[in-house]
Design a protein around this ligand. Structure first.
Ligand SMILES: Cc1cc2nc3c(=O)[nH]c(=O)nc-3n(C[C@H](O)[C@H](O)[C@H](O)COP(=O)(O)OP(=O)(O)OC[C@H]3O[C@@H](n4cnc5c(N)ncnc54)[C@H](O)[C@@H]3O)c2cc1C
Length: 417
């Protein structure tokens, strides 16, 4: 594949992409356009997992996009992953969102771990264990899920996780439950966040453990239905853990390091956004095609000559350009221990993309009109999928406003008398 030129405008917009970024963007675009777009309606209709897309991602090496090259992966860095994820989101939101859960497991343990403070012993331990996980992804095509949410304040970062792990000989005993575990039933490993159970001591978020629970473990169960409004192909059911034994090697990070990582790398919580930037692009692209009377299989009725529709498309494009700009700025400046301004921009980018995606999808339906929201067209699915972005913890739209307002008015440690 020619790494020099792109024949399309990527979902993130134009940019001086590196050769690797151009290559991966072209790969994602082709896979999405030629394979994922046509299948998206089926996963949505059935609320079933996009297994066929994962076969394609596996064959293309994209399950290992963030696995370091030294371990056989593609070695993409944070901005490259974020750009490619937006491109996939354009064609199938559920695939992009679940792929994010999988890739994040390799990003936390790989490129991001380098920026997290660890002792020499912890770093050596981490190097040995992460090798095992990378090998599983690269050689066996293993899929990792990222079940953090519990329906408590924990996933919002306001309380320790209620799921616990107690140290036993050779490993850990995990107990508890998770909700909204995307990839449930499809993942080989579930990257669970839990609190170390230290007996009598009060649970403390600093004792968060990040463990990979094999899906075949005795005591592990997937429960509950899955019939949501949107992102139906994520199959995000509940997980239950009853005295699940997990060996020491399944620690995705050394004891106490996840908590430090979450403090050091806020950009990690921005990785859900590219999916929704992709969805916003898809809604905009569809609107232009529809108003021009060029949607394949539809009567060639043009609606572009009405000034009100032209104004609406202009509004959509302005919002899309705003989303792309702040998104690109945020991903390019992402680093450990960002400045206050960089952190505020990250929050602003998250809010802009998550709320903006639904705004654009809403305008698309209003502008294209009643016939555009029929089930055989993608727009109504994009509308439903776009609604889910602002609900994702820890950075829901509400919590971002909450953080921004507080952090704008109070410096660290400041209190009112
Ligand atoms: C399609 C989809 C896929 C998902 N996949 C995953 C996944 O793979 N892994 C995973 O871990 N989670 C996943 N989630 C879950 C998601 O991140 C949230 O945990 C979930 O949407 C929260 O739902 P809830 O009803 O428990 O919200 P609640 O926690 O009850 O929150 C409701 C709202 O209240 C606000 N709120 C919450 N806590 C606070 C607080 N302390 N202070 C102030 N306001 C607060 C927030 O704005 C929130 O939106 C997924 C969600 C969706 C919709």
């Amino acid at each position: 594949m020619d790494a020099q030129e792109l024949t399309f405008t990527p979902a993130v917009g134009d940019h001086a992409f590196t050769p690797q970024q151009r290559r991966l963007l072209a790969l994602a675009h082709e896979l999405g356009r030629d394979k994922f777009a046509a299948r998206a309606a089926q996963w949505d209709e059935e609320a079933s997992f996009p297994f066929a897309n994962y076969e394609d991602l596996r064959a293309a090496g994209l399950l290992g996009i963030c696995v370091p090259q030294a371990h056989g992966g593609l070695g993409a860095d944070y901005p490259t992953y974020m750009m490619v994820a937006a491109e996939l989101g354009r064609f199938c939101g559920a695939t992009a969102l679940t792929w994010n859960m999988h890739v994040s497991s390799t990003m936390w343990t790989g490129v991001l771990a380098e920026g997290i403070p660890m002792t020499e012993t912890q770093r050596a331990e981490h190097a040995a264990r992460s090798k095992l996980h990378f090998r599983r992804v690269v050689e066996q095509g293993a899929i990792y899920a990222q079940p953090f949410s519990e329906g408590s304040a924990a996933a919002a970062g306001r309380a320790p996780f209620g799921t616990t792990a107690r140290k036993v000989e050779g490993g850990w005993l995990v107990n508890g439950r998770k909700i909204f575990a995307s990839l449930s039933g499809a993942a080989d490993y579930y990257g669970v966040l839990c609190t170390e159970d230290k007996g009598d001591e009060k649970p403390d978020a600093r004792d968060t453990l990040y463990l990979a629970v094999p899906g075949t473990s005795p005591g592990f169960a997937i429960t509950g239905d899955w019939n949501p409004l949107g992102m139906r192909g994520t199959v995000s059911r509940n997980l239950a853990f009853k005295d699940v034994f997990v060996s020491d090697d399944e620690q995705l990070m050394p004891r106490g390091v996840y908590w430090k990582g979450a403090q050091a790398w806020p950009a990690m919580f921005f990785t859900l956004a590219p999916t929704y930037l992709g969805i916003a692009n898809a809604a905009y692209d569809f609107t232009v095609q529809y108003l021009r009377g060029e949607v394949p299989g539809e009567p060639p009725v043009k609606r572009r000559m009405y000034p009100t529709k032209q104004v609406a498309v202009a509004q959509m494009r302005i919002q899309l350009e705003q989303m792309r700009s702040i998104f690109l700025r945020a991903v390019l400046e992402a680093r450990p221990n960002p400045s206050k301004d960089e952190r505020m921009r990250l929050y602003a980018a998250q809010y802009t993309v998550m709320e903006g995606a639904n705004d654009i999808a809403r305008l698309a339906i209003r502008t294209c009109g009643g016939q555009s929201m029929m089930k055989h067209l993608p727009l109504e699915r994009l509308y439903r999928d776009s609604r889910c972005g602002a609900l994702m913890l820890p950075w829901t739209a509400e919590l971002v406003l909450d953080r921004m307002g507080r952090e704008a008015l109070y410096e660290a440690g400041e209190k009112d008398e």
